[in-house]
Design a protein around this ligand. Structure first.
Ligand SMILES: [Zn+2]
Ligand SMILES: [Zn+2]
Length: 348
């Protein structure tokens, strides 16, 4: 799927994404008819949003754009250009969450629902702290500037830093509260990630004064994950999305490893579009082989590894827990998804 395109790369036809049927459709004069219903190009299409909206959606905004609670002023075109980049990452995130069947309740439907404040520290002239609070994810649009993000990545000693990575991490905070629905699940979570009730303020101070403890690599996916159990969960959740999202793209393209050529093992490695009905071991084994292959491809272009991380047994157990709670979440049905959309339709 060409998630970030407005036109078909082959025939130049105008394309837009229809969320209920999860497909790209051709549009003419800003309209498409799907299942007998007319849909319209999102009013942010000039800012490269390629989703469709119901007739009468407030401000003509699609489901993704509607989740953006705060955005730069209409005359701040510099920030709006950065917004377009971040929105692209956000649409990719939302598509993946939908395909995993994870429920999304918008911020304007229920308190604590998912929303995004996408604002720029450059426009505001003050720092913007990337984070999550009560369903609202805040992203600093200035981080879409490559040199700025890269400087931060180096200063913080991170092997990987992207806007999509930020979005996947922050949405992990959101889903921890959504998916851990009873005491038994919280107990399992605390066993693996630690007790999230310990002081967060103390954890921040300790982390920035002393850094990650020696030997952290055995138990954690990143240094940042060592700071506090909330961050460990969000970091691990983000990796679950990195892994399933990349395997899904590989599956959609038809990439697989041919055992006869690679000589590394005696069966092919064939990524799947969904691992919902699989044990986590299948997911992790496929990823182990595919990530090595992707790393080699990156190196052959002189880049660093595509996936510069090691999955130790402890980290795999944490990923197993995430797989468990994601796949046991009730699969979002068309009706449920329609529920989320149609506050748009109802207000028509
Ligand atoms: Zn939109
Ligand atoms: Zn966090």
């Amino acid at each position: 799927m060409y998630l970030d395109r407005l036109t078909c790369p082959n025939c130049e036809a105008e394309l837009a994404y229809h969320i209920l049927s999860r497909q790209f459709v051709g549009i003419r004069n800003g309209q498409a008819v799907v299942d007998g219903q007319t849909w319209y190009a999102c009013s942010n299409r000039e800012w490269e949003c390629n989703w469709l909206v119901w007739e009468g959606a407030p401000a003509g905004r699609c489901f993704s754009c509607r989740l953006t609670r705060t955005r730069p002023d209409g005359d701040d075109t510099v920030a709006l250009e950065k917004l377009a980049k971040v929105e692209e990452g956000k649409r990719r995130l939302l598509l993946q969450l939908g395909e995993l069947g994870l429920p999304i309740v918008p911020w304007d439907v229920a308190p604590g629902g998912l929303g995004f404040d996408l604002i720029s520290s450059l426009s505001l002239g003050r720092p913007v702290i990337i984070g999550h609070a009560n369903g609202i994810i805040t992203i600093d649009l200035a981080e879409s500037l490559d040199d700025r993000r890269e400087a931060l990545r180096v200063r913080l000693g991170e092997p990987y830093r992207t806007i999509l990575g930020h979005l996947r991490h922050e949405v992990g905070h959101y889903f921890q509260n959504v998916l851990l629905t009873d005491d038994a699940l919280w107990a399992r979570c605390r066993d693996l990630f630690g007790d999230e009730r310990t002081s967060y303020q103390d954890a921040i101070k300790r982390h920035y004064a002393m850094g990650a403890p020696d030997g952290w690599q055995q138990g954690f996916i990143s240094e940042y994950a060592t700071m506090h159990p909330w961050e460990d969960f969000a970091e691990t959740f983000a990796h679950y999305l990195h892994i399933t999202g990349t395997l899904q793209t590989a599956a959609a393209i038809g990439i697989h490893l041919d055992a006869a050529v690679t000589n590394l093992r005696d069966t092919d490695v064939v990524p799947r579009e969904s691992y919902r009905d699989e044990q986590v071991q299948q997911l992790l084994t496929d990823w182990e082989w595919m990530s090595q292959a992707f790393n080699r491809i990156n190196r052959s272009m002189g880049f660093g590894d595509l996936y510069p991380f090691d999955l130790t047994p402890a980290v795999k157990r944490k990923l197993g827990f995430i797989h468990d709670i994601v796949t046991r979440a009730p699969l979002t049905t068309d009706e449920q998804r329609a529920l989320a959309l149609p506050a748009e339709a109802e207000s028509a």
